[in-house]
Design a binder for this molecule. Structure first.
Ligand code: GSH
Length: 234
């Protein structure tokens, strides 16, 4: 493992990508030096298909000369190679349960929000309402999970904090700015998640590098939605 730690680390990302930010946070929490390579997903270079032939998406970690895509898997890999400041518990069942949560959060909150706002056509309004209800149910489950804790990793930031990180800065842009609803990060309905967003965003490692501004995110999401026009139509 000591040999592995000596190899170069590069991260191919795109500035607003919530998936790339997770990996950046993991690398920073571990104090790993890395080179960042920006890849414009609107104008992809051949590199991306070369290093991620299955999906052609960012982020991709390049460790030595070997690429690894998929944010959740990259973070597990990082934690395996650089085991200090652990992001996962030792217990195999608890680790596996966190992975189940990660999948749930990506599908039921992140992907569901994106789908709601990229969908167009006659049923768009219904779909947004349906997805908003589903997301509230998912957020209620998340609220119970974080209740009484400072972080999902208990006293310190762990794997699930990195996965949920987008809730703190991206979800409000999608739902409040694009969708004109305050429902998602309501401090009365979700006091524990609300408190967590402050803990997370003010953590020294997380706030060490500024995240894209709300206005930048909003412009980008609008542009991306436009570029996906016609893909999710009902
Ligand atoms: N499941 C992937 C999702 C990655 C993803 O969707 N990346 C987006 C940027 S936020 C992307 O590269 N999109 C380019 C495309 O879809 O062509 C992960 O966790 O890394």
């Amino acid at each position: 493992m000591e040999e592995e730690k000596k190899k170069s680390v590069k991260l191919v990302g795109y500035w607003p990508s919530p998936f790339a930010h997770r990996v950046k946070w993991a690398l920073r929490l571990k104090g790993i030096h890395y080179e960042y390579i920006e890849e414009d997903i609107f104008d992809k270079t051949p590199l991306l298909d070369h290093i991620n032939p299955l999906y052609g998406k960012v982020p991709v970690l390049i460790h030595g000369n070997k690429p690894l895509p998929e944010s959740t898997i990259i973070i597990e890999y990082i934690d395996h190679i650089w085991s200090h400041n652990p992001l996962f518990p030792n217990d195999p069942l608890e680790r596996a349960q966190l992975q189940v949560w990660a999948k749930f959060i990506d599908q039921k909150i992140l992907w569901a929000s994106w789908l709601a706002y990229c969908t167009e056509g006659v049923k768009q309004k219904n779909i947004i309402e349906k997805k908003a209800k589903e997301i509230i149910v998912a957020m209620e489950k998340l609220e119970k999970k974080i209740e009484g804790k400072r972080f999902f990793g208990e006293d310190t930031i762990g794997y699930l904090d990195l996965i949920v990180g987008f809730v703190a800065y991206l979800l409000p842009v999608i739902w409040e700015d694009l969708g004109s609803t305050k429902l998602i990060l309501d401090p009365v309905k979700f006091p524990a998640i609300f408190a967590w967003t402050n803990n997370f965003m003010n953590h020294e490692v997380i706030c060490a590098e500024p995240l894209p501004s709300r206005a930048e995110m909003l412009n980008l999401i609008r542009r991306r939605r436009e570029s996906l026009r016609g893909i999710y139509t009902f």
